[in-house]
Design a protein around this ligand. Sequence first.
Ligand code: GAP
Length: 480
Amino acid sequence: MSTENNLQAIIAHAKEYGFVFQSSEIYDGLSAVYDYGPYGSELKKNIKDYWWKSMTQMHENIVGIDAAIFMHPTTWKASGHVDNFSDPMIDNKDSKKRYRVDHLVEGFADQLKEKGEHDKANGLVASMEKMLAEDAFADLKKMIEEHKISCAVSGTCNWTDIRQFNLMFDTKLGSVTDDADTIYLRPETAQGIFVNFLNVQKSARMKVPFGIAQIGKAFRNEIVARQFIFRMREFEQMEMQFFVRPGTEGEWYKYWKDERMKWHLSLGLPQEKYRYHDHVKLAHYAKEACDIEFEFSFGFKEVEGIHSRSDFDLKQHQEYSKKKQQYFDAEINQNYIPYVIETSIGLDRMFLLVLSHAYQEETIHKEDGTTDSRTVLKIPAKLAPNKLAILPLTKKDGLPEIAKEIMNDCKQDFKCYYEEKDSIGKRYRRQDAIGTPFCVTIDHQTKEDNTVTIRHRDSMVQERIAIADLKNLVINSINQ
Ligand code: GAP
């Protein structure tokens, strides 16, 4: 299946089975804004819970917060976002279409690669990264023109100069529409952590090194919104700021780079689909930074960023608020502003990663020589929306009653789904399509010996087990 078809098939599947809907669809949608449906919201919550547990439960020195989306406007002046949070853009004068310059050049490089011109494509991207790092916009425009990189709509190379475009959304606080009341929708959750650094440190009696974790919405007025939920205007981040003694940031940066990759692999996702990408052009706050990239059907793309942010943010907040942001380190008898290592993963991007890796269209070769097909989501059991589907073979003979008993016994421990309509085959297919790792069928033999047939989603293997063993089998697989 082609890249484009693969993504289209996933988008269609996500809609049909209640994972992701276009926002305000009945009004023709809102570009780059999405809603999560019944199974999508479960999957999203399971990803959140897995991250939250790995941070705040598995690390004794990390605590969580839940800060407001609206923050005092000076926050964004101090953080540098008002002046620096922008992307270089270029407009085509004929079509009036605006492009992020890096996307325009990368798109052209992808076309070169399709023609087998890999060296040329890589050279072009490397030159672009260098020019962006040096803000050499005039040279970059010249390069775009020399390579005749054209607009997909007009087909022309009639470009404006490259300009910076700020990505923050603004709105007004209260009823007065005065500039002084302009506030921003946060473009990252991190600043809610920085401004609460001392509140958290003192109230939770934390000692450096320690971390603060948060999950929450962020907003960016992305100009080029594409690839479904990969790049959205309203999205969620899972961020953790780790405060360390100055001079130790290098070793903590390595630690978190490694630790975060382990988290991804702990979900059973294949190592060969992952790679690190070290930043050439560093964000305004960063000292050292890399991305964890995953190979989507549309290429290797960033899922998570690990950033060594020095003491930039706390220092800036100290300067703008005139409130000391220092920590007293009793071990060395010194006051200092801690350095920060940040791990920042997009929840929606992680959702897309899990969904697209799980999505498979399979041909089944049956024993009688015929073939069948199924669409299955091989979602890791611990993230699957439903863990167990409970299916009585018929609606009579006391089978639903036994099924309901199993349901009542299991639903305290994990999410179950009960269904008695349609043939067992059809019910299996529906559960495959939403990624339920186990189905259990209650039949007439169950009444005689208290056993049920459990069917494993990925292998489709069926086995007979005692009802008494069922709950533990599912729990063990979720906890693996
Ligand atoms: N606090 C640091 C920070 O925000 P970032 O690299 O700009 O760093 C971190 O963003 C992560 O947030 C990205 O790796 C990505 O997963 C996610 N993200 C960023 N912009 C996004 C967007 N427009 N839509 C969906 N996810 C996005």
